[in-house]
Design a protein. Structure first.
Ligand SMILES: *Cc1c(COP(=O)(O)O)cnc(C)c1O
Length: 362
């Protein structure tokens, strides 16, 4: 038998989450963000499952080319723009839209001579509205906008920015970013875009012309736990494996590397075929939940590369071969992330290629 580790990808749930995003967006167009292999779910499968999406957002040229070569004809936006001036030729040939967030990118675009004379581009110009990671300052943004328009190579200019704290409830940072974005981008009638998943859910004032949901499409709640907003998102990935060993140990016996968990009394320990070599987080603490059948059991001891141990003392019926869910249906990935000092985004994108991916069609 192969290692029984599987990531089940429920495309119908992704479609349902997209429909919710689309409904919340009102009149705005929706760009489904499928960078990093659709947050670990498989970019091509997700793109094919979302024919209603107005555009797809990816991180870089290689991610876009993979989709184009597989026949995805929808607009594709390089959210990270070009990393090198030589990429403009492929941008032209594959018909891609591009974010320009830095002076070097702007200059290389202005210098680029399209193979096809008169060729025009859809450019997303990014303002740094306060996150201070990427984008132009307000004054440089205004200059960049003028230069782009004067270049004669612009079919459409979308003005964009990105929130730093939209996952927090009533963040002063979000208010100030929104105000700065409005001020810096107003006047010209260009389409505007700033909302990620969190802002799409909590901040209707930020929807403008394009919303850019990512994490919510995969069914993880984009909001920090203090914010309880009832959004019926459905988990898209269920990571599961099986119990491959069950043993009884005595009070005081320790489990796993470093002997870092000891049994408080006589205990039943299950070994599950999943580990950090599959993308299960090594920093998951004792007590992190897993589902054995439909009952919860707690992680006991350190995560190893190929195995974890769980305390089955309260599950006398558990047997070798039983299915174990690490996250997904019945166990929110956010909960496992919180127990591991990380976020759902990292767990979902971190599932390794040795895991078998299975796609459930609608
Ligand atoms: C990743 C990304 C998004 C999506 O963010 P979520 O928090 O996953 O919704 C939106 N916009 C840009 C520019 C991004 O890079």
């Amino acid at each position: 038998m192969n290692r029984p580790v599987e990531a089940l990808i429920n495309l119908a749930n992704i479609r349902s989450n997209f429909a919710l995003a689309n409904k919340l967006s009102g009149e705005a167009s929706v760009m489904a963000v499928i960078k990093a292999n659709a947050y670990g779910h498989g970019a091509l499968a997700v793109a094919r499952a979302l024919p209603e999406s107005d555009a797809f957002g990816v991180a870089c040229l290689a991610e876009a080319i993979e989709l184009r070569e597989a026949g995805i004809a929808k607009p594709i936006v390089l959210l990270g723009g070009v990393f090198d001036s030589t990429e403009w030729r492929d941008v032209e040939h594959f018909g891609l839209q591009v974010v320009i967030h830095a002076q070097e990118q702007l200059e290389s675009f202005l210098a680029y001579r399209p193979d096809q004379a008169e060729r025009q581009f859809v450019i997303w110009l990014k303002l740094d509205s306060g996150m201070h990671r990427l984008g132009f300052s307000p004054s440089a943004f205004a200059r960049a906008r003028d230069l782009l328009i004067d270049s004669g190579k612009i079919q459409e200019l979308v003005l964009m920015s990105h929130f730093a704290c939209a996952d927090e409830y009533q963040s002063a940072m979000t208010d100030s970013q929104l105000a700065l974005f409005k001020k810096a981008s107003g006047g010209g009638g260009d389409p505007l875009s700033i909302a990620n998943s969190a802002a799409l859910i909590t901040c209707p004032d930020s929807h403008f012309d394009w919303v850019r949901p990512g994490i919510m499409l995969y069914g993880a709640n984009p909001l920090t736990e203090q914010v309880i907003v009832d959004v019926p998102l459905l988990p898209a990935m269920t990571l599961r494996s099986r119990l491959i060993d069950v043993r009884d140990i005595l009070a005081g016996d320790s489990v796993g590397y470093g002997g870092q968990w000891s049994a408080p009394g006589a205990a039943r320990i299950g070994t599950v075929a999943i580990g950090y070599g599959d993308g299960y987080p090594r920093h998951a603490v004792n007590g992190t939940p897993v589902l054995v059948g439909d009952k919860r059991a707690a992680l006991a001891g350190r995560v190893s590369m190929d195995y974890i141990s769980v305390d089955l003392s309260d599950l006398p019926e558990a047997r070798v071969g039983d299915e174990v869910v690490l996250w997904g249906e019945g166990l929110p990935v956010e909960e496992v992330a919180a127990m591991s000092g990380t976020i759902a985004y990292e767990l979902l994108t971190g599932v390794r290629s040795r895991v078998n991916f299975r796609y459930l069609e609608e």
